[in-house]
Each structure stands twice: as structure tokens, then as C-alpha cells.
Ligand binder design. Structure first.
Ligand code: ZN
Length: 132
């Protein structure tokens, strides 16, 4: 198990953590198995999408902002309900198959830590499971 620590500098950010996750898989020595990426936070989450064109991430951020505005008639007294809702919809974990000692990500895919209530330091837990 490994913990990747990411310090975000903005309120909302999408950090490409693919190379750090790949490094954990490489160091594990596992050739075939599964890689679990888990974010133990309620206002941050993890997802996989296009890493080549930054406009895709910009459009995801834009659409989330439109669908779940920061200010609305929310009840949660902390004032960050939009961050909780956005994170819940995206989800706090992903499982990626490992083959030949590497993540089986598609050509354009990347793993992103999404921050919705920064700046904060976040933990990403990476667990590599070996196939029998
Ligand atoms: Zn809250």
C-alpha cells in the first residue's frame, strides 16, 4: 500500500496523478493484478478521463459548476455542500487492471484527483493486488 500526498493550491483543481500511481505499481513488482486508487475525503474524489487535451478537464469542471452551483439552497452549515455533492457523484475510488507490470489505461486516459474544496493537502491511497 502507498499513500500519495497532493497539496492543492486552488479551490477547485484536477491533478493528473497517473505517473505517481504508475510508480507505485512499478515498485510493487506485480505483473498481473488490480490497482485500487482510493481517496479518503468527502470533498475530493478520483476519476479517469482524457489527459491529452486539457480542454476536456476544463469542460468537465465547467459542467460540474453549472450542474451543481457553489451557492444554492443547501442545508449543510459548513457551506461546502456543492463540493460534497460533486465528489459523491464522481466517486472516491477506481480500480484499474494491471498487465505486464503496468496500468491498462487507454491511450488518452489519465487518473485525476479532483479537488472541490481546496486548497488542502489530500491523500490518495493506492493498493496493488496481485492476481493468483
Ligand atoms: Zn462539509
Amino acid at each position: 500500500m502507498a499513500v500519495i500526498r497532493i497539496r492543492n493550491t486552488k479551490h477547485t483543481s484536477f491533478v493528473n496523478i497517473t505517473s505517481q500511481v504508475r510508480e507505485v505499481v512499478k515498485n510493487s513488482g506485480v505483473k498481473s493484478g488490480l490497482c485500487l486508487v482510493y481517496v479518503p475525503h468527502t470533498t475530493a474524489c478520483v476519476f479517469i478521463n482524457e489527459g491529452a487535451d486539457p480542454d476536456v478537464i476544463r469542460d468537465i469542471a465547467y459542467s460540474l459548476e453549472k450542474l451543481i452551483p457553489w451557492k444554492d439552497n443547501y442545508a449543510h452549515s459548513e457551506g461546502n455542500s456543492a463540493a460534497h455533492i460533486r465528489s459523491s457523484l464522481i466517486g472516491n475510488s477506481r480500480v484499474i487492471p494491471i498487465e505486464d507490470g503496468d496500468l491498462m489505461l487507454g491511450t488518452w486516459e489519465a487518473i485525476f484527483l479532483a479537488e472541490f474544496d481546496g486548497p488542502r493537502e489530500r491523500k490518495v491511497i493506492v493498493k496493488v493486488i496481485k492476481e493468483d
